[in-house]
Design a protein around this ligand. Structure first.
Ligand code: HEC
Ligand code: HEC
Length: 235
């Protein structure tokens, strides 16, 4: 197989897609058309399936520190293109782009597969994931998982902490660092969190996970900002 740089160059439409997406990211959120309701998307309570091959590569490395280092280094190289948006070391360069630093590797693998299967919708990311080999997926997940997180903002309010403990901590863990396929939220970009929560709440179709829709419904649209600021301020 070609090295990843060649595969990315070979995906001829990609530079255009990247330029379009970067242009789209520059548009303020209010200017975006309201996302249509998607009645065809049945609420799903299943988590995204992981690729067996990539999971096996990760699991083997997890049992062998030397192999884990090699895999993470390889991932750092494979992630050169990702850094255009997700930043060096997985600290995002744009408010709407998630940090990947210290994210749980199983969650990262699950989301890569979700983009590939179309269960998670983002035109650019869905196209880009096709260039990744199984080895690249595992290497990139292990690279970002080992990267150091940065808190994105000042500490949130006690109300944010209380709501999180009540409604979110059972899955995302009391420290908001998640586990396995439950994403880390601590230190995440607040604008990305806001957007994601609104999408689950309104079932706009980009992401489908019924327990998240239920959790944000209990949280209430009026508390989304409080929650985003609280999570962004955690380490
Ligand atoms: C042009 C900008 C751009 C580039 C380049 C890019 N991404 Fe993304 N990525 C995004 C955006 C925007 C999202 C959020 C999509 C959404 O809102 O659902 C995202 C989401 C993700 C997610 C989901 C994270 C989460 O917290 O759920 C993963 C994993 C990811 N990208 C991996 C990668 C990898 C691996 C590469 C390189 C091979 C890459 N991305 C390159 C813009 C980019
Ligand atoms: C029943 C378990 C569960 C509960 C309760 C829950 N979550 Fe989640 N959350 C998940 C899972 C699993 C995902 C990933 C789902 C997917 O693949 O779309 C997720 C995704 C998210 C994301 C997107 C993260 C990313 O990196 O893209 C945010 C933000 C989030 N949750 C915040 C919250 C908040 C805030 C609450 C409480 C109001 C909450 N969650 C309650 C399980 C849960």
């Amino acid at each position: 197989m070609l090295p990843i740089a060649a595969r990315i160059r070979a995906a001829a439409a990609l530079p255009l897609a990247a330029a379009l997406l970067l242009a789209a990211l520059a548009v303020p959120a209010q200017a975006a058309a309201p996302a249509p309701q998607n009645p065809a998307a049945a609420p799903s309570t299943a988590l995204p399936a992981l690729s067996d091959k990539a999971s096996a590569i990760l699991a083997r490395a997890a049992g062998d520190p030397a192999q884990a280092r090699v895999l993470a280094e390889e991932g750092g190289k494979a992630a050169f293109f990702c850094a255009n948006c997700h930043g060096d070391g997985g600290i995002s360069r744009y408010p709407e782009v998630p940090n990947l630093a210290a994210q749980n590797p199983a969650y990262l693998l699950g989301q890569i597969e979700a983009f590939l299967s179309g269960r998670r919708k983002d035109e650019f990311m869905q196209g880009l994931m096709k260039v990744l080999s199984e080895r690249d997926k595992a290497a990139i997940a292990s690279y970002y998982a080992a990267a150091r997180p940065l808190p994105s903002g000042p500490p949130g309010t006690a109300r944010g902490a209380e709501l999180f403990a009540q409604l979110c901590a059972t899955c995302h863990q009391p420290d908001a660092r998640g586990a396995e396929t439950f994403p880390r939220l601590a230190g995440q970009q607040p604008e990305y969190i806001r957007r994601s929560l609104r999408r689950y709440l309104t079932q706009s179709g980009e992401r489908i996970y019924a327990p998240m829709t239920a959790a944000v419904t209990r949280l209430g649209a009026q508390n989304i900002d409080t929650m985003a600021d609280y999570l962004a301020g955690l380490k």
